[in-house]
Design a protein around this ligand. Structure first.
Ligand code: BG6
Length: 491
């Protein structure tokens, strides 16, 4: 007997930059993802520009980290491919896609809003009517089928103009601009959207510097901590304003939920593991859920000589804008050690020592359903907030055989994670929603590939942007429909 509540929110998750396309439609301004090239396991995604002498240049793209050289201008270079510009063209296919979500029985659909569709540069005084109307139509279409939208306000998609001018949240001015944007959304959609997430995977910059490589310089850490502070304040102020506009709003944080394990019982490994949790997961979670910096923040700041620009007003704002729910993504776990270990994991965004008890995807991500249970139980105990698993899924290459896609591997992965979530609920965790990542195939955030597919719905588009964009159901489509219809009973 499964333990999901009768109003459990089953659904799927996406992000504007990875599905929407329509990058030059209506008033939309360019976003950072529009100047980010494709990548793969053999080469990283690059952000491209023309330097001050007119020569093309590029740097490695990492979520939320933009580093345009002085005097350069972001540019779309003629010989490069930029997969997010068209993505899967949800902009023109949303009615067809939502109909398919409804056929699976979705109760909720997580999506994000492209900031530069609402404020093309991010600095306009007034939002774009065309941009607001587009999302209004999407939300109305969802409600037509009884699907509740869940909206991420910022998902790796800042307006390009802001990324350059304010050097990726290095400036306090970003707080006001974000709050203006969030307020415009809250006012416009106060009767259409109830669930909001302020920043996608807000802890990703710390993860990039620590777990996924561990090579961050002091300067990079200083930047990351300062940027996070501005984002925490922006998020808290948005939460407060959101509640004033509609007290029924449920506004959550969103954490990249990577579980870390110590490699050995050596107390040094145990301590390293705890410190890794503190830096990578608890730091952001604590500020957004408890409204203040944790005690160990002093240690973290001292490690990198961080001196935050923080005011008394910021502290009050953090306390007044605690989130209502804890949401996170779950894909893999990680192993840390102070010892030498030869068997290291490689792949995109995967690092640490290989865990001999787990299986790894082609991209080096460890499948770990027990880690999901562990994370849910740990975080619920720590914050006692409603929990939502807002991303979970397996990126894999799908093959079309006789017009069908038999994606048993994906069904297996999701089944194991739903079982783990069920166990956590049985143990007392209040889990309210589960939105699988990439319910329809989308452009991979990490590699820019289309061939790293997550969906129940296949989209005919390849890594070079070729294909008809035709949608097709995979075997997992009917499986998930059955899961939802039985409220998690029939896996
Ligand atoms: C999460 C992001 O980190 O992982 C998504 O919120 C992303 O945007 C997802 O797509 C899966 O990662 P990837 O690199 O396989 O697309």
């Amino acid at each position: 007997m499964a333990h999901f509540s009768k109003d459990f929110l089953w659904g799927g998750a996406t992000a504007a930059n990875q599905i929407e396309g329509g990058y030059d439609e209506a008033d939309r301004g360019l976003s950072i993802s529009d100047v980010t090239t494709e990548g793969g396991l053999d080469h990283p995604r690059m952000v491209t520009y023309i330097d001050k002498d007119g020569k093309p240049g590029e740097f490695v793209s990492m979520p939320g980290a933009t580093d345009f050289p002085e005097g350069s201008t972001p540019a779309v270079l003629p010989d490069r491919y930029y997969p997010n510009q068209i993505a899967i063209d949800f902009y023109h296919h949303y009615k067809e896609d939502i109909k398919l979500f409804a056929e699976m029985g979705f109760k909720v659909f997580r999506m994000s809003i492209s900031w530069s569709r609402i404020f093309p540069t991010g600095e306009e005084e007034e939002p774009s009517r065309a941009g607001l109307d587009f999302y209004r139509s999407v939300f109305e279409e969802l409600h037509k089928y009884g699907i509740e939208p869940m909206v991420t306000i910022s998902h790796y998609d800042d307006p390009l103009h802001l990324s350059v001018k304010y050097h990726d949240w290095s400036d306090r001015k970003m707080i006001d601009l974000y709050v203006r944007y969030a307020t415009a959304l809250f006012k416009e959609y106060k009767d259409l959207v109830k669930y909001w997430l302020t920043f996608n995977e807000i802890n990703s910059s710390l993860l990039m510097l620590n777990a996924f490589g561990g090579n961050g310089t002091d300067e990079q850490f200083r930047h990351a901590y300062q940027k996070l502070h501005y984002q925490f304040v922006a998020s808290a102020r948005a939460v407060k304003i959101g509640h004033e506009i509609n007290p029924d709003f449920q506004i959550g944080n969103m954490i990249c939920g990577i579980v870390d394990y110590p490699y050995t019982p050596d107390p040094k490994d145990i301590l390293l593991n705890r410190h890794t949790w503190e830096q990578d997961i608890f730091y952001c979670s604590d500020v957004q859920c408890k409204g203040k910096y944790p005690t160990y923040a002093k240690r973290l700041w001292a490690e990198h000589d961080v001196h935050l620009d923080i005011t008394d007003q910021d502290k009050q704002d953090l306390l007044a804008g605690k989130v209502d729910m804890y949401t996170f993504s779950c894909y893999m776990s990680n192993v840390v050690t102070t010892h030498d270990a030869d068997d290291k994991v490689g792949g995109n965004f995967a690092a640490g020592v290989r865990n001999p008890y787990l299986k790894y995807s082609e991209w080096g991500w460890a499948t770990d359903p027990t880690g999901l249970q562990y994370f849910l139980e740990m975080m619920y105990d720590r914050y006692e907030l409603p929990m939502m698993v807002v991303e979970n899924g397996l990126g894999a290459k799908d093959k079309i055989e006789d017009g069908k896609i038999h994606d048993e591997y994906r069904i297996d992965y999701l089944r194991q994670h739903i079982e783990a979530m069920d166990k956590a609920i049985a143990n007392g965790v209040d889990v309210r929603a589960y939105t699988t990542w990439g319910c329809i195939d989308e452009v991979s955030a990490g590699t820019g590939q289309m061939s790293k597919r997550y969906g129940f719905i296949y989209v005919d588009r390849d890594d070079e942007g070729k294909g008809t964009l035709k949608r097709m159901k995979k075997d997992s489509f009917d499986w998930y429909k059955k899961v939802i219809a039985s409220n998690g009973e029939d896996l």
